[in-house]
Design a protein around this ligand. Structure first.
Ligand SMILES: Nc1ncnc2c1ncn2[C@@H]1O[C@H](COP(=O)(O)OP(=O)(O)O)[C@@H](O)[C@H]1O
Ligand SMILES: [Mg+2]
Length: 314
């Protein structure tokens, strides 16, 4: 079954086009990784899906229902973990969960049981009596996730849930996401970390500047660029004239610059990289050369000519 079907979504903020005719499908039981640099439109797309922002045009179906006509109904089965942590810092975890559970009509013993289960699930049972104001960032995030889970949503949407979080909580969160999937929850997981997508996602959608630029399984995407080679060159004069010359070489796909380092992706099985080196030497010298096999991170570089991390907040 299709959990969500978004078609031709356009969203403008003033003159800026945040979503430019985006299609997105979410299949039942999958962890869909939505990957893209800062400003790509991930949050806007998620908020459109969850009915938090209006769209200029396009159509959204969730659980087989028209989203606009059945929004309240749909929201009952969605859990949203927003990019910014939204919890009550002066209320103990149980009170936070009681509030969010109450919104969904849970009460009495059923609510109590659910709260205990959910706190255990995110590993906060031992901290149930402490106020979140004293929690670490990771613990706050886990409480925030619990708030989105207390009503047992069919679709959990997470917006960069591990940014700025200690490794231990991060691993706990990633493991919880896998466990939720085993229990049948469908998950839309947004991130700008390629490694998280690699570790978690059954399928990936890559968003850049409001466009879906690639989608498929992680394996598909890697296979897509396996016929390519990557080289990092440190040059003496990384100016535009050199970049232009390198880009003009037959077989060179992208040339990206990072200070005096040039990242070059070319077609494999040719002598393209030899010619790159010759031209770089002529243009003032080469300080170091490093040729590597491409990895998933390079899919983004190949498609956009940019490094994914440039847009991220590390
Ligand atoms: N409320 C807003 N008003 C104006 N522009 C916005 C607003 N929210 C987002 N944008 C712009 O829309 C684009 C996409 O933003 P966003 O969806 O937050 O991207 P991401 O979540 O991938 O970082 C960015 O250029 C951002 O500056
Ligand atoms: Mg965002």
């Amino acid at each position: 079954m299709q959990v969500a079907k978004l078609r031709n979504i356009v969203k403008r903020y003033g003159n800026a086009l945040a979503l430019d005719h985006v299609d997105l499908d979410i299949h039942e039981g999958e962890i869909l990784g939505l990957l893209g640099p800062n400003g790509a439109g991930k949050t806007t797309l998620i908020h459109a899906l969850a009915g938090l922002v209006g769209i200029d045009s396009g159509s959204i179906e969730v659980f087989g229902k028209n989203q606009r006509r059945h929004l309240l109904d749909i929201k009952r089965d969605i859990g949203l973990v927003t990019q910014d942590i939204a919890i009550f810092e002066d209320m103990v975890p149980g009170e936070n969960l009681a509030f969010f559970g109450g919104i969904y009509g849970l009460k009495g013993n059923a609510l109590k049981t659910r709260i205990a289960e959910t706190l255990a699930f995110v590993g906060l049972s031992e901290h149930a009596k402490k106020t979140p104001a004293k929690f670490s960032g990771g613990m706050k995030r886990r409480l925030n996730i619990a708030c989105a889970l207390v009503h047992r949503p069919k679709l959990l949407i997470m917006d960069e849930p591990t940014v700025g979080i200690d490794p231990q909580s991060r691993n706990h969160i990633l493991e919880s996401v896998r466990e939720l999937r085993r229990r049948g929850t469908t998950i839309l997981y947004t991130t700008h970390y390629m490694e998280e997508v690699e570790a978690l996602a059954s399928r990936v959608v890559i968003l850049d500047q409001g466009h879906v630029i690639a989608q498929g399984t992680v394996d598909d995407l890697v296979r897509h660029i396996q016929h390519e080679e990557k080289m990092t060159l440190e040059v003496a004069e990384p100016g535009e004239p050199l970049l232009a010359k390198l880009r003009a070489i037959h077989g060179v796909k992208t040339v990206a610059r990072d200070g005096s380092r040039l990242l070059i992706v070319s077609r494999a099985g040719t002598d393209t990289l030899d010619r790159v080196l010759a031209i770089a030497r002529e243009a003032g010298g080469v300080r170091s050369v490093n040729a590597e096999k491409p990895n998933l991170e390079d899919v983004f570089l190949t498609l956009t000519g940019k490094q994914l991390r440039d847009g991220g907040r590390e």
